[in-house]
Unconditional design. Structure first.
Length: 420
């Protein structure tokens, strides 16, 4: 939870500190971070779900050197994924203008993205998954926590000492990512933890590209289907006005904090389930899933959170009216994340992505968007839709894990997969 929270918090820190520069800056940074979330963070988190599955199952099966080959495969695939993301980000400004965004905001968002060194975030995520699959988590708690300090200091220096504006905000995020990636590599090499799993470079890293990429793409769908649904509402809020866009950006960043808690538990559940299934222990896999569910408690947020992001009273007032809606579904959202962690551990990312498609595109958005534009609820309406959809997903995952999933068959399928 702590490591995922640290990685997720980079964007909120940028929004909080940059938002005090003015409403246009808040809108630009919020919009840029929204684009980064969909075409950066969501892609790397989705692709790295294949690491959760294969790293964890290989470790549980005691195929340690195979993890080293998988690491090489993962680094190569994530590098190509970053190139794909960079191509999208080069055309951010015309894309935003075509979507009806304010020209000044679109230009500033484009500049922000070009200065953000997102490639280091990709490599950091791979290294974090590599260590987590071996139940090594303390180093990344330290690295992630210190990375937040680096991010906050860099933001302060860039924005308030050098007064570099949006460019400095983006560079500060990149500096934090570079620090966390470098610190992870130094730890792995200096402590020698790689020796158990590293057998040297091998051309066999090319052998598993199809299966790894297939599972990773399904993971991307699982993550992005949810994130795109949220980010679409940020773009729609920009059509309503600057106040609505700023408020949606603030609420989204607050909600992202709760996402980090749920996704952190999802990561832990995925690793434990994958290790147990790799070892052929279906009972331990089910126990890990149940532990994950019991760890989810109702979370809350106060209206005071909005003051950390901006000082515009109209934005703060709108945020205060919206926040009760996310507070209604955070418990079921947590259950949904645990369910997706179980699916990741089992290698069932495609099934999870289908569920996300139904929840957000057949339930949440079809309810929320009409309420947003055709009722007095305005921006609050879309959060009503999210509350309904996410509650449904939480109930479904809970029933599936406890009553439907055949854990013995799942363990047999992993053993019979032939990937070892």
């Amino acid at each position: 939870i702590l490591t995922q929270s640290a990685q997720t918090a980079l964007q909120p820190i940028s929004t909080m500190m940059g938002g005090h520069l003015g409403k246009t800056e808040l809108d630009a940074i919020s919009l840029a971070n929204s684009i980064i979330n969909v075409s950066g963070n969501a892609l790397v988190l989705g692709m790295s779900t294949a690491c959760d599955t294969y790293f964890g199952q290989a470790y549980g099966n005691k195929q340690y050197k195979y993890i080293g080959i998988l690491l090489q495969t993962s680094v190569a695939i994530h590098t190509l994924l970053w190139v794909f993301c960079a191509a999208i980000h080069m055309n951010m400004e015309p894309i935003l203008l075509a979507l009806g965004q304010d020209p000044d905001v679109a230009r500033s968002s484009h500049i922000h993205r070009h200065k953000f060194l997102i490639q280091f975030l990709f490599m950091y995520t791979v290294l974090r998954k590599y260590l987590a699959s071996q139940s090594i988590v303390i180093p990344h708690i330290i690295i992630g926590s210190s990375g937040l300090i680096v991010a906050a200091l860099a933001q302060y220096i860039m924005l308030y000492i050098f007064e570099t504006g949006i460019v400095g905000s983006a560079l500060a995020q990149g500096i934090a990512c570079l620090y966390m990636c470098t610190a992870s590599f130094v730890y792995i090499y200096a402590t020698g933890v790689y020796k158990l799993t590293w057998g040297g470079f091998s051309w066999h890293f090319l052998d598993g590209w199809y299966t790894f990429t297939k599972l990773g793409v399904c993971g991307i769908l699982m993550v992005t289907l949810e994130w795109v649904a949220f980010e679409v509402t940020v773009l729609l809020a920009g059509i309503l006005g600057e106040t609505e866009l700023g408020a949606q950006g603030v609420v989204f960043n607050i909600d992202a904090f709760f996402f980090s808690l749920g996704f952190g538990m999802s990561d832990a559940t995925a690793v434990r389930v994958a290790q147990s299934l790799g070892a052929g222990n279906s009972i331990q896999a089910l126990t890990s899933a149940r532990v994950g569910i019991t760890m989810i408690g109702k979370r809350d947020a106060t209206n005071q959170c909005s003051y950390a992001y901006c000082v515009q009273h109209d934005v703060i007032s709108l945020v205060a009216r919206i926040m009760p809606f996310p507070a209604c579904y955070v418990f079921f959202d947590g259950i949904s994340y645990i369910g997706r962690g179980v699916f990741r551990g089992c290698g069932m990312q495609m099934s999870a992505s289908v569920i996300m498609a139904v929840v957000f595109y057949l339930v949440a958005l079809p309810i929320g968007i009409p309420l947003m534009f055709h009722t007095e609820l305005k921006l609050m309406g879309v959060w009503v839709g999210f509350a309904i959809g996410i509650t449904i997903s939480g109930v479904f995952f809970l029933v599936f894990i406890i009553r439907i999933l055949d854990w013995d068959k799942a363990a047999r399928d992993v053993s019979a997969s032939g990937q070892w």
